[in-house]
Design a protein around this ligand. Structure first.
Ligand code: AP5
Length: 217
């Protein structure tokens, strides 16, 4: 199964993606995580991407497409794959289609998570992430057992540098302008598109996602 998780910043794509990948043994392709790893490693890609990410702008398509191509070609054949944060623009959709065709793959489902801007801004303000395993917490809504420490591996949790109020507003604007229109594209494709409210508890969202994908625990 190949699934795209689509939705605005802070809606819970990462939270649901981790739960789903862990329970189903699927791989995740998360362009935001790949970019943050490149920034932390100080690679050429990371240096080019950093300025865009800090401003809440999209990283240029050619850099993203190359990065995803590399990641896709390294995935073991025959596994389920969850795409989170990609594709985000029309050129990325087109390039993605070419990549998938070359590999004989198709997108089976698109899960669109939705919530109001008020909910998204509040969630992002409280988000804390583990730099080691990628686990996502929220200082108010989903706190770790020990404040500031990852439950899984004991790493010190971080507040993402693009989670400032000004950057979040721009990320929402960019999402509505560049990425939201892709939903109609996928509704007109062979993929089955499910709309799910992300404005419910994590478990409730997870149950609806599993039901939409027709997979159970
Ligand atoms: P990226 O990392 O993809 O960020 P995003 O799309 O803005 O999404 P987020 O990671 O902010 O949110 P999420 O939906 O995963 O929510 P989460 O589960 O963490 O992109 C970052 C930047 O990289 C972009 O701005 C761009 O510059 C660049 N980039 C990435 N991909 C690109 C591409 N393809 N093209 C060009 N540029 C690209 O949850 C958020 C918070 O809410 C957490 O605290 C969590 O604990 C909490 N929470 C989650 N679910 C619930 C719930 N149901 N109830 C209560 N709290 C919840």
């Amino acid at each position: 199964m190949h699934v795209i998780l689509l939705g605005p910043p802070g809606v819970g794509k990462g939270t649901q993606g981790i739960l789903l990948a862990n329970s189903m043994g699927w791989q995740r392709v998360v362009t935001g995580d790949l970019l943050r790893a490149a920034v932390n490693a100080g690679t050429d890609l990371g240096q080019q991407a950093q300025e865009y990410m800090s401003a809440g702008e999209l990283v240029p398509d050619p850099l993203i497409i190359e990065m995803v191509k590399e990641k896709l070609s390294a995935l073991p054949a025959g596994t389920g794959v969850l795409f989170d944060g990609f594709p985000r623009t029309e050129p990325q959709v087109t390039a993605f289609g070419v990549m998938l065709e070359a590999l004989g793959l198709t997108i089976d489902r698109v899960v669109v998570l939705e919530a109001s801007d008020e909910v998204l801004v509040a969630r992002i303000a409280g988000r804390r992430s583990c730099p080691t395993c990628g686990s996502v917490y929220n200082s108010v809504l989903a706190p770790p057992q020990r404040e500031g420490v990852c439950d899984n591996d004991g790493s010190q949790l971080v507040h993402r540098t693009d989670d400032t109020e000004a950057t979040v507003q721009n990320r929402l604007t960019v999402y509505r302008r560049e990425t939201e229109p892709l939903i109609s594209y996928y509704e007109g494709s062979n993929a089955i598109v499910h709309h799910i409210s992300g404005d419910q508890g994590v478990d409730e969202v997870q149950a609806e996602v599993l039901q939409a994908l027709g997979v159970g625990l």
